[in-house]
Each structure stands twice: as structure tokens, then as C-alpha cells.
Design a protein around this ligand. Structure first.
Ligand code: BTN
Length: 262
């Protein structure tokens, strides 16, 4: 493995936040999220950050594939999963809070134009930069906590648009020399901080941060059932608010896909 990933530095920074966390970097795996879900089902529920330089069966939401961009010498995507036990009062809005955290780390001044598309995409100029996959498993230790697996995939280098429902964006379009390990180092400590904040206080502390990057707010959107309406932003629980001809619709289901109307 050629790329140094700053594992020791990241592990030391995360240790006070998540005692017992291990940081693992692998050259290749089917999917970092599949691996952490397998471990959780086997009763392994300690905190882990698992990073892969290449995934052979990366997964997106709703059964879609997540394909990484490939460069000859180094990863042109950042693909990792964070697994930890968590017991928030309410899980609603977690993927939005994760998106807020990653966008704020990558683009703190908002000059880079990173926006969030409900419920879990990072977009730049109406192109998809990255995605978030949230999954949970019931640990076998009898506690009420669930084992949470947050999978994050970001395009760093160019990738083909062929086969994608949305044209891609990539980070080297505005940071030409940035590498996957550098981006991981920027993202991961604030991410753990924000996930723990979510665990204590839910989506409320993230609502305004999300609103500041909400790409759908004020736009005509089309729901996957064909309904068209105007997006009025998200509520305090992370639900999408859409004004339609038959009144305000509150969308909570992750199975609903929403597109800006063309
Ligand atoms: C989406 O856009 O639908 C979510 C994409 C999530 C991709 C990441 S890459 C790391 C982790 N492992 C996976 O198989 N998927 C997530």
C-alpha cells in the first residue's frame, strides 16, 4: 500500500472521543459498510473506522451500486465506514447531520459551493460529489443501543458519467492536488464529534447548518411517486417539507427519491 493514511494520528485524535476505536486501512474489500455490518452481526460492536483504497462491491442507497473513481497510482475516491454503538432518542435526520458535518469540513467558508440534497447527497453545481449510506444492526449484547454504520463515498478525481443517474462532481475540480488521506484527516474528527452530538441532541443542532446548504429549498421537486411541489426546506426532525397542489407533504421515508424538477 503506497499511500500513507495518517492512521496513528487519526487514532490518537479520536481516542478521547471514542475509547477503544480502531483505525483500519485496507487495499481492497467488497464494501467497508458490508464488512462492518457483517462484524456487527457476528457480535463485534466496538468502534471502528474502516477505510478502503478500493471497493469491489460498493453499495449506495436503495440497492444501488457505488462505483469508485480509479486513478492509476492512488485512490481517486475516498471510501470509508465508521461503526459505533449509538443510542439517540430519535434517529431522524442522522444522514442529514452527517452530510452537514462532511460539507462543513470540506468547505467551511461555503466558497466551494458544496450543497446538500436531502436526504444524503453532497452536490456541487447540481452534480453529485458524494453520498452517505446509514445502516444499523442490533448488537448481541442485550443493550438498547444499535450498532451504527455510516458509509461515506466522495469523488476526488474525475469519473465517468456513464451509468450514473446524476452527473458527477469531484473535489480535484477545485483542489487539484488533494489526496484521499488528506481529505479523511480533514473530515473524520469533526464527523465523530458531530455524530456524538447527534446522539445527545438529535437533528436540532444541525437544522440551521443544513438549511444553509439545502439545494432543494425553494425549488420545484418531483417525488418518486410523480408528485410535484415546491420544497420548503426541512423540519426540526430532518423531514422534507414539500408544498403540493393537495397541501404540505412531509417526507420522512428514505425510500422516496427527490429530484429537482427539470
Ligand atoms: C449513495 O450515494 O447512495 C450512498 C453512497 C455511499 C458509498 C459509501 S463508500 C463507503 C461505504 N461502503 C459502501 O459500500 N458504501 C458506502
Amino acid at each position: 500500500m503506497a499511500t500513507p493514511w495518517f492512521e496513528d494520528e487519526i487514532a490518537a485524535a479520536l481516542a478521547p472521543l471514542l475509547p477503544g476505536l480502531s483505525v483500519e486501512v485496507v487495499a481492497e474489500i467488497d464494501s467497508t459498510s458490508s464488512e462492518l455490518m457483517r462484524r456487527a452481526r457476528d457480535g463485534r460492536s466496538s468502534p471502528v473506522l474502516l477505510v478502503a483504497e478500493r471497493q469491489t462491491a460498493g453499495r449506495g442507497r436503495m440497492g444501488r451500486l457505488w462505483q469508485s473513481a480509479q486513478d492509476r497510482d492512488e485512490p481517486a475516491s475516498l471510501t470509508f465506514s465508521l461503526g459505533l454503538p449509538l443510542l439517540p432518542r430519535d434517529w431522524s435526520g442522522l444522514s442529514l447531520a452527517v452530510g452537514v458535518s462532511v460539507a462543513d469540513s470540506l468547505d467551511p467558508s461555503k466558497a466551494g459551493g458544496i450543497a446538500l440534497k436531502w436526504p444524503n447527497d453532497l452536490w456541487v453545481e447540481d452534480r453529485k460529489l458524494g453520498g452517505i449510506l446509514i445502516e444499523t444492526a442490533l448488537p448481541q449484547n442485550g443493550t438498547a443501543e444499535r450498532y451504527l454504520v455510516i458509509g461515506i463515498g466522495l469523488n476526488i478525481g474525475p469519473r465517468e458519467a456513464a451509468g450514473l443517474s446524476t452527473a458527477p462532481a469531484w473535489i480535484r475540480q477545485w483542489r487539484p492536488r488533494v489526496t484521499a488521506p488528506e481529505l479523511l484527516r480533514e473530515i473524520v474528527v469533526p464527523l465523530v464529534d458531530d455524530v456524538l452530538l447527534f446522539g445527545e441532541r438529535g437533528f436540532v443542532p444541525f437544522a440551521e447548518r443544513f438549511a444553509a446548504r439545502d439545494i432543494l429549498r425553494g425549488r420545484e421537486v418531483q417525488l418518486s411517486d410523480g408528485t410535484v411541489g415546491r420544497c420548503e426546506g426541512v423540519g426540526w426532525g430532518g423531514e422534507l417539507l414539500v408544498q403540493t397542489a393537495s397541501g404540505m407533504k412531509t417526507i420522512t421515508s428514505a425510500e422516496v427519491s427527490v429530484r429537482p424538477a427539470q
